[in-house]
Design a protein around this ligand. Structure first.
Ligand code: AMP
Ligand code: GLY
Length: 437
C-alpha cells in the first residue's frame, strides 16, 4: 500500500538544505533526491559523494549563524540537521526565529543528548526505564560511590564526546582511574566536568528511531549497529563499523512497549517541560530480562543506522520530515519496503585511534548497482583523485530480499572498493551485535 502523502507534499517543490558531512548525511541527501517534493538540494558542508547529488556550500556544521543567514537568503524550504553539534549550538532555534522550516530539535530539547545527566534526571522524573545512576561533579563523592557499587560499572562523561565518553569498568581500580581521568585530568574537557555513574545492563542492544513533530511520533524500522572494531565484537569501540535493518528477532509486542514506556513518555515529558521535540529521536536501548531500558537518547538520526533505514522507506522523505517541522506528522505515514539492508563501514588504516589520510580510493563506480549503494564520509578529492580523509571512509550498503542476500551484496561491493589499509568487519549481520562487556 502506498503511504498517504503528507499535506503540503503536493504543493510547489521546495529546496532542502542538509547540514553535515558524513555517510548519514549522504544517505539523507540520496533519499531526499528521490523525494518528489524537492526541487533542489544543498548541503553544508557536504562531501565529495554528496556533491554528486547536491550543491555543496562551504559552511562548517558549527557555523550556525552563517548557515541560518544563507538559508534565509536562498529561500530554503526545509533544513535537515544531521549531527548533534549544531543542535547543541542552537541552529534550530536560530532557523526557527528566521521563519525557516527545520527538522531537528531546539537546543533545549536536544539537551537530552548533550547532557547525559539531564537525560538521566529526565528519565527518573518521568518514570522511563533506565539503569540506576548517580550524577557527580565532586571527586571524592564519585570515588566513594564507585567503591561501594556492584561491578561492572558504567562511567559516562556528561557532555558530547563523539561517542567516546562511556567507560565500562570491571573493577574498583578501573573505576577509580576512569573517574580521576574525567574529573581530575579532564580527559574529555568540559564534557567530563560532570559524570554519570550507572549500573551495567545486560542484554542485546537495539536502536529505535522515531520521527517526532513536537507531539506525535512515527517509528522507523529498528536497526542494530556494531560498535567494536573487529569481528566477533572484539577490539576498541568505534563510531560504528556496520549496521542492519530490519531487526527480525524481536517479540511482536516489544516495539509497542518501547513506544509506550520510552518514546511516548519522553516526547510528552519534554512537551510538558516546555521543550517540545521535533526531529529524529533515537533511543539506544538495552533489551534486558526486565524489558527494554534506555541507555541513551540521541537527538538525530543514527550513524550508521540511517544508511540501512532510509533504503527501506518508500514515500517522500522530504514531505515526511517537513510535516514534522510543521507539527502535522501523520503517525501512520511511514511506508516500509519489503526486504533488508546491511551496511559495512570501510575505515582507514589506524582507525579509531589515529586514522591515516591521503590513500587513493578506487572501485566505487564498479561497486554500485546490483543492490549496492555507497555513501561517503571521510573522503576528499586531491588532484582529481578520491582519497581517504577521516576514520570512517565509506558506508557500503547492500539491499536484498533478506538479510543474508543484503549482506552478500554489501560484501561483494565492499570487496570491489580498494584503498591502502582498508579496514572492515566481515561479520556484519552475521554475529549478534553484542555491546562491549
Ligand atoms: P551511550 O553513549 O550512553 O549509549 O553508551 C555507548 C555504549 O556503551 C552503548 O551503546 C552500550 O554498548 C554501552 N553502555 C552504555 N551504558 C551502558 C549500561 N548501563 N550498561 C551496559 N552497557 C552500556
Ligand atoms: N550509531 C550510534 C549513533 O549514531 O550515535
Amino acid at each position: 500500500m502506498m503511504p498517504s502523502i503528507p499535506a503540503g507534499a503536493t504543493g510547489n517543490p521546495y529546496s532542502v538544505l542538509v547540514v553535515g558531512s558524513g555517510a548519514r548525511e549522504h544517505a539523507l541527501v540520496w533519499a531526499l533526491s528521490r523525494s518528489p517534493s524537492v526541487s533542489e538540494i544543498w548541503a553544508a558542508p557536504g562531501n565529495p559523494g554528496i556533491a554528486d547529488l547536491a550543491h555543496v556550500v562551504d559552511f562548517s556544521a558549527g557555523d550556525v549563524e552563517g548557515i541560518a543567514v544563507w538559508a534565509r537568503a536562498h529561500d530554503v524550504g526545509l533544513v535537515v540537521v544531521g549531527p548533534e553539534a549544531p543542535l547543541a549550538l542552537g541552529l534550530v532555534d536560530i532557523l526557527q526565529a528566521r521563519g525557516i522550516a527545520v527538522f531537528g530539535p531546539t537546543r533545549a530539547a536536544a539537551e537530552l543528548e548533550w547532557s547525559k545527566a539531564f537525560a538521566k534526571d529526565f528519565m527518573r522524573r518521568h518514570g522511563i526505564p533506565t539503569a540506576s545512576f548517580g550524577v557527580f561533579t565532586d571527586l571524592s563523592a564519585a570515588l566513594a560511590f564507585a567503591r561501594s557499587a556492584a561491578y561492572p560499572l558504567v562511567i559516562k562523561a556528561d557532555g558530547l564526546a563523539a561517542g567516546k565518553g562511556v567507560l565500562i569498568c570491571a573493577t574498583t581500580g578501573e573505576a577509580d582511574t576512569a573517574i580521576r581521568s574525567l574529573l581530575l585530568d579532564r580527559a574529555f574537557g568540559a564534557a567530563g566536568e560532570r559524570i554519570v555513574i550507572e549500573t551495567f545492563l545486560e542484554g542485546e542492544e537495539l536502536s529505535v528511531i522515531a520521527l517526532v513533530d513536537g507531539e506525535r511520533i512515527a517509528i522507523l524500522p529498528p536497526a542494530r549497529d556494531y560498535k567494536r572494531l573487529a569481528d566477533g565484537n572484539l577490539g576498541p569501540n568505534t563510531g560504528g563499523m556496520g549496521s542492519y535493518a530490519p531487526v527480525n528477532d524481536l517479540d511482536s509486542d516489544l516495539l509497542r512497549t518501547v513506544r509506550d514506556t520510552i518514546l511516548e513518555p519522553t516526547v510528552a515529558g519534554l512537551r510538558a517541560e516546555g521543550r517540545p521535540y521535533c526531529g529524529a529521536l533515537y533511543a539506544g536501548l538495552m533489551l534486558t530480562r526486565d524489558g527494554p531500558m534506555a541507555l541513551e537518547f540521541n537527538c538525530r538520526f543514527g550513524d550508521p543506522e540511517t544508511q540501512v533505514i532510509l533504503p527501506l522507506l518508500g514515500g517522500d522523505l522530504a514531505a515526511l520530515l517537513r510535516s514534522c517541522a510543521e507539527g502535522r506528522l501523520d503517525p501512520d505515514s511511514i511506508a516500509t519496503l519489503p526486504g533488508a539492508a546491511v551496511c559495512v563501514v570501510l575505515a582507514a588504516a589506524g582507525y579509531p585511534s589515529s586514522p591515516r589520510s591521503g590513500d587513493a580510493i578506487d572501485g566505487i563506480v564498479e561497486a554500485l548497482g546490483d543492490g549496492a549503494l555507497v555513501f561517503q564520509a571521510g573522503t576528499d578529492v586531491r588532484d582529481g583523485q578520491l582519497v581517504t580523509a577521516g576514520g570512517r571512509v565509506l558506508s557500503v550498503v547492500g539491499r536484498g530480499s533478506d538479510l543474508a542476500q543484503a549482506a552478500a551484496h554489501a560484501y561483494t561491493a565492499a570487496g570491489m572498493i580498494h584503498f591502502s589499509g582498508k579496514l572492515m568487519r566481515r561479520d556484519i549481520a552475521m554475529t549478534p551485535a553484542l555491546h562491549p562487556a
